[in-house]
Write a protein that binds this ligand. Structure first.
Ligand SMILES: NC(=O)c1ccc[n+]([C@@H]2O[C@H](COP(=O)([O-])OP(=O)(O)OC[C@H]3O[C@@H](n4cnc5c(N)ncnc54)[C@H](O)[C@@H]3O)[C@@H](O)[C@H]2O)c1
Length: 356
């Protein structure tokens, strides 16, 4: 007997929305039954490409009408809570969303409350972790080859609302998803505060985890070059250091490690078309079986989101304890606190984005 197919509506048909819609459509466990975008041209193009005729510009109306099992949205970060509400009110069993979870902790807390209240599952697209090079580093850490881990770290030249939630997610994964207890951070540069992904140009700081491991993180203009990688957006390095060595992944350029056995390295590069299929498959696995929670589930991604928001608060002043107890508007806090001075760069390759 053919397995039942989960019905999916996708809202927001830009770059990531099309990645999601095509990956759902390519998986025999899913059927894309509806598409939504406020841009008529994108909607027409997506509908023709996927052969889906149920379309609309109003996501809540479309979801109410089609009542999909999975409601997926891939809008820019300014649209979040209304989409969660649309999925919940349509009776969806799972909401698949893009990072970041929200632009402020006030919105993130409200989203969590709404999902928990309705008992709706959710996943957040931190899909880089499916890359063979990301997994290799995880394997090296788990094998014990690095000895006792004391530090996890991540750097990215891209700005915070694009990149920080990715860095934190993979650092948390490499650290066994330990709880964070506090953060301390600094921020500089105002040129991206009004971007569609609003961010300080540069944010850097420390995370103290309950298992004693420290996270060291820097994101944006001041982050160092990753010369192994040509493509600027993939100049990211995430890794772990232990008593017996280190292992790190470069988003666009493989992995390397040094252990007591010597130096080893290998290939791999972030690739949407390789990373999306397993991410989508694990959505079906989780819907099929409660005992197979998705590695990118909301509960875990939310812990990373809290760390990001705590770093913003800390950049506005002082050390910040986790978990956050109440909501705030962290971008407004940064607007008030980040000095007018121009940011200083970590690599000349970042001048095209931050000036220089
Ligand atoms: N996980 C990753 O690797 C990754 C990579 C790139 C971007 N992203 C994230 O994905 C999200 C989308 O990015 P993108 O590059 O696809 O953006 P995009 O601008 O290409 O697409 C966004 C689409 O959403 C539509 N939209 C906006 N408001 C809407 C609404 N109310 N209802 C329906 N449609 C609406 C827009 O018309 C547009 O077509 C962002 O949050 C971004 O941070 C994630």
């Amino acid at each position: 007997m053919a397995e039942m197919k989960y019905r999916v509506v996708v809202a927001g048909l830009g770059k990531r929305g099309m990645h999601h819609a095509l990956a759902f459509q390519a998986n025999p466990r899913f059927e894309v039954v509806g598409l939504c975008d406020i841009d008529v041209g994108r909607l027409r193009e997506g509908s023709a490409r996927l052969g889906v005729t149920e379309t609309g510009a109003d996501a809540a109306e479309l979801a109410r009408r089609l009542r999909p099992d999975v409601f997926c949205f891939c809008t820019l970060p300014d649209v979040r809570l209304a989409m969660i509400r649309a999925g919940v009110e349509a009776g969806s069993r799972l909401i698949a969303m893009e990072k970041p979870i929200a632009l402020t902790s006030a919105e993130g807390i409200e989203i969590r409350r709404m999902l928990e209240g309705a008992g709706v599952k959710a996943v957040v697209s931190h899909q880089h972790r499916y890359g063979e090079h990301y997994r290799k580093v995880k394997e090296m850490i788990s094998s014990g080859a690095l000895g006792r881990i004391h530090t996890v770290y991540g750097t990215a030249t891209g700005w915070m609302m694009h990149m920080l939630s990715h860095l934190i997610d993979y650092m948390r994964w490499y650290n066994g998803e330990a709880e964070a207890e506090w953060v301390l951070a600094q921020a500089a540069g105002r040129s991206k505060l009004d971007d569609a992904h609003p961010s300080p140009d540069y944010i850097a700081g420390f995370i103290h985890f309950a298992n004693g491991v420290h996270g060291v993180i820097e994101c944006g203009a001041g982050a160092p070059d990753v010369p192994d990688v040509d493509y600027w957006w993939r100049k990211c390095r995430i890794g772990a250091q232990g008593a017996d060595g280190f292992a790190e992944v470069m988003t666009g350029g493989g992995w390397r490690a040094v252990t007591r056995q010597g130096a080893v390295s290998g290939g791999g590069s972030m690739n949407y078309y390789l990373d999306m299929p397993p991410y989508i498959q694990q959505i079906a696995d989780w819907l099929d079986d409660e005992a197979k929670p998705h590695p990118c589930r909301f509960e875990s991604a939310y812990r990373g989101f809290e760390i990001m928001m705590a770093m913003c608060r800390s950049a506005a002043g002082g050390q910040v304890a986790l978990p956050l107890e109440s909501g705030a508007d962290e971008i407004a806090m940064l607007r008030a606190a980040v000095p007018q001075r121009k940011v200083l760069l970590g690599t000349a390759a970042s001048a095209k984005e931050y000036g220089g």
